[in-house]
Design a protein around this ligand. Structure first.
Ligand code: ATP
Length: 809
């Protein structure tokens, strides 16, 4: 099959990663892969300069292979490795490939190495456009002709809802186009019978996250990164001058960016299209909220306005007007910042490398399986699983949101968003606004102890902030226990305030202090402290130690009545090794730290042309970070504790590297990454591995190592970790409240908390699930400090497939 990929509509980070994944997965599936430059416009223009042969300097010994390459029909990996030399479209103008002009050629053949390193590039390297001509039947007829001329019968389109609608329409009209072209004598009988059906699959590249039936669109996480980076920068100047900033972010019909930025960066007020202010006098509502924040001592104000924001009568709410209101009514020194295209640009974050890679692979599978009777599919992600959904259903649902907003049916617009959107909005209200009245009556209020355990992880502070603000809203007393159980025994406990935790969303590390001491250090003394400080509930934020600590406390209930209170564990660890949860706080931050470090290392490795860099990661006995990091950085090999290392494996790996470097085009060898988890093997250490590669590499490649160590704990937590922290933390608080209230029904002296009141909050396929710690222990590998089952095991297979290892050895 000849398979082409194009990017269309507004660009987004991760589009180039889609192209890379489609080209590589296509080649691995035996397809001939093509790229269409400049979106549908390229399809319409096609190749006018057909005289240019593929003039690659081809040292194939086998004449048949040489012929296949020359005729553009190379299909196996080795031929495709030789075919691509990594220069396609790389000169910045997109006009040259391998030294020959591409002018007049919009549909070009792409080999394996042409897309080398593309996952790290922002925007789309193959160009995108908004094509008016493609909107016309004549334009689409020309596009059909151009595809048939090159023998292409499958198309992967990455773009927004407009692009996907265009794709579906094109496919539905295809049979009539083929008949017309045949009757006009433009295509042969053979072409007529061969191209009766066009296979199409869509991927959603859109920074707004505005497509229904998928949790995330490609590019949205990176745009959120850019916004939060900007806010973190603005915050320091806002606080210095005690200013108000009104930030306009993208999102015409979708408030996802504004909402998530509001939660992640701790805004004072947000305006989104789906949920306009409830009253006509929203100016009063906003000013009251901000005035209250100022009265408790807040020095800075942040209001986020989605570009499509409006009031309940659909009158647009503009950033400039919001600024004027703040200046005139509150006397604040107010400024507007419009982020504009800054949001689109830059290097993709880790998730915008992983998601397009996995989705690109799925797109190729879907296109191969497509028949005239199957609908055009859109590749989405739902509940941490890559999905296929009927493309037009997703488009129709997306449009329904815009229609509901236009009809002022905002309840419907909200109902068409996923539940996480609604939870995030509730979370924003709870954590950002200061409420005058306490929600709960005196007897229902709790003294909640909050403790960090184990190593620091991004999002610990954001989770604490959310918990504190929830407590204050409800009337509970939030108590910080500093330095874990050690601090508890030293009475390092103090009450946290609404303002005191204000800037904590963006702070890395642990503001409370954390260590690995377990309550078993002196369980009786721990119980005495619980009693002395009259804790009604406990929240532990941490990794495997926190889980262990909760287990010890639950077991301790048989001895100490003080432990008969609700207790929760919110997993936060860069290793992501807490059983039964797919994500821990901090793992996204860590993955991004790894991607940043590896991008820099890879650059250095590439500069020396032939260097293999062995990068050692943390993660203890859990290979999550190493494996997902390898997928996000395009590492050639990955070593994990789950799989271990042995001689046969190493022999095959050396053989692979030798073949791979041997196949690199002359003078075009590149640096390659190998990622090794620190505990992958006691014998085959990182330095031993590096030495082995150096010796075995001979003249072909050299080797160095880098240990990332504590860099992986990350600096500033990522928006994903911050938003997740707030969402999970609020659920923890609601859980504690609920169990506390049922315990209140029992006499104080003989209160007996049920086992399920000591639980861990887990993410299982995107749903939040409570697992009693007594149940969780059955799923834990206590010796290796990790879960017995892992969801990411298959990712390693793809790391090796996309590096070519599985094919070459
Ligand atoms: P974004 O989310 O960035 O706006 P989009 O894919 O929705 O991306 P559009 O400008 O709507 O962006 O569409 C991109 C291109 O897709 C158009 O320029 C046009 O060539 C094609 N297209 C869109 N809608 C249709 C349609 N109904 N019929 C044919 N082609 C279409």
């Amino acid at each position: 099959m000849k398979l082409a990929v194009l990017t269309s509509g507004g660009d987004s980070a991760g589009m180039s990663a889609v192209v890379r994944a489609v080209v590589k997965a296509g080649i691995l599936s035996g397809c001939e892969t093509w790229i269409v430059r400049e979106g549908y416009e390229g399809l319409v223009r096609g190749n006018t300069d057909t005289q240019i042969p593929p003039t690659i300097e081809e040292p194939f010994a086998d004449p048949a292979a040489r012929q296949r390459v020359r005729s553009g029909k190379a299909t196996n990996l080795v031929e495709n490795l030789r075919f691509g030399d990594g220069d396609l479209l790389r000169d910045g103008t997109g006009d040259h490939a391998r030294g020959r002009t591409l002018k007049g050629r919009y549909i070009v053949r792409a080999g394996w190495d042409d897309v080398r390193g593309w996952f790290a590039e922002g925007g789309t390297l193959i160009g995108t456009a908004r094509s008016k001509t493609f909107r016309t039947p004549a334009g689409r007829l020309a596009a059909a002709y151009n595809l048939i001329k090159e023998g292409i019968d499958a198309l992967v389109v990455c773009g927004g809802d407009g692009s996907l609608t265009g794709a579906d329409l094109f496919r539905s009209e295809w049979p009539s186009f083929v008949t017309t072209l045949h009757s006009e004598g433009k295509i042969t009988d053979e072409q007529l019978s061969k191209h009766g059906h066009l296979r199409i699959v869509g991927l959603v590249g859109s920074i707004d996250n505005d497509m229904s039936l998928t949790d995330l669109t490609i590019g949205a996480p990176t745009a959120l990164h850019r916004i939060c980076e900007a806010i973190d920068n603005i915050n320091s100047t806002a606080a210095s001058h005690s200013r108000a900033f009104v930030l306009e972010v993208m999102g015409r019909h979708c408030g996802w960016l504004a909402l998530l930025a509001g939660v992640s960066a701790g805004a004072d007020f947000i305006f989104i299209p789906e949920r306009p202010p409830q009253t006509d006098s929203w100016e009063d509502e906003m000013c009251d909220a901000i005035q209250m924040h100022r009265e408790v001592g807040k020095r800075k104000t942040l209001v986020i306005v989605a570009e499509g924001a409006h009031d309940s009568n659909l009158k647009p709410i503009r950033a400039d007007y919001v600024r004027d209101v703040l200046t005139e009514r509150l006397g604040l020194d107010s400024r507007v910042t419009t982020l504009g295209h800054i949001q689109r640009g830059g290097r993709p974050c880790a998730y915008d490398r992983i998601l397009p890679t996995l989705q690109g692979i799925e797109a190729v599978k879907a296109v191969l399986e497509a028949t005239p009777d199957t609908p055009s599919y859109m590749i989405g992600v739902s509940e941490n699983k890559i999905t296929r959904v009927p493309l037009m259903e997703a488009v129709a649902m997306t449009r329904a949101v815009a229609d509901a907003i236009a009809a002022k049916d905002f309840a419907k617009a909200m109902s068409l968003r996923d539940p996480e959107f609604l939870q995030s909005l509730d979370g924003f209200m709870t954590t950002s606004l200061l409420y005058k009245e306490k929600m709960l009556s005196e007897e229902k209020r709790m003294r909640v102890a909050i403790m960090h355990i184990g190593a620091p992880a991004g999002g610990m502070n954001a989770a604490t902030r959310a918990a504190v603000r929830y407590c204050i809203k409800q009337g509970h007393t939030p108590l910080a226990v500093h330095n874990g159980f050690k601090g508890l025994l030293d009475d390092a406990i103090h009450e946290l305030s609404w303002l005191g935790v204000d800037g904590w969303t963006s702070r890395g590390g642990s503001e409370l202090g954390t260590n690995r001491t377990l309550p078993s250090v002196d369980l009786g003394a721990v119980a005495a402290r619980f009693q002395q400080h009259n804790f009604h509930a406990l929240m532990l934020i941490g990794g495997f130690e926190a889980f262990n600590a909760l287990l010890i406390l639950e077991n301790g209930r048989s001895l100490y009545p003080a432990f008969h209170i609700p207790m929760v564990h919110l997993p936060a660890t860069i290793s992501n090794n807490v059983p039964m949860t797919e994500f821990s706080l901090g793992s996204d931050t860590s993955l991004n730290a790894l991607v940043d470090a590896c991008d820099a290392i890879k650059q250095s490795a590439s500069a020396s042309r032939n260097r293999v860099f062995v990068v050692e990661t943390q993660g203890g006995q859990c290979g999550y970070i190493a494996t997902m990091g390898a997928l996000a950085t395009g590492a050639s090999l990955v070593y994990t504790p789950e799989q271990g290392m042995d001689l046969d494996m190493l022999r095959a790996d050396v053989k692979f590297l030798k073949i791979r470097y041997g196949l690199d085009a002359k003078g075009k060898s590149e640096g390659r990454l190998v990622i090794r988890n620190e505990c992958a093997s006691k014998v085959y250490t990182t330095s031993m591995l590096t030495d082995m590669f150096r010796v075995e590499g001979g003249g072909l490649f050299d080797s160095r190592y880098a240990s990332l160590g504590h860099i992986l704990q990350g600096g500033v937590p990522t928006p994903m970790d911050r938003a997740r922290a707030a969402r999970l933390s609020l659920r923890c608080m609601a859980f504690l409240e609920e169990h506390h209230q049922s315990l209140l029904a029992q006499p104080l002296k003989s209160r007996c908390a049920p086992p399920e009141s000591a639980a861990v909050i887990t993410i299982q396929r995107s749903a939040l699930k409570w697992v009693p710690v007594t149940e969780m222990v059955k799923h834990a590998d206590m010796k290796n400090r990790r879960g017995k089952e892992v969801w990411w095991e298959s990712v390693k297979v793809w790391v090796e497939a996309l590096s070519g290892r599985s094919e070459l050895v």
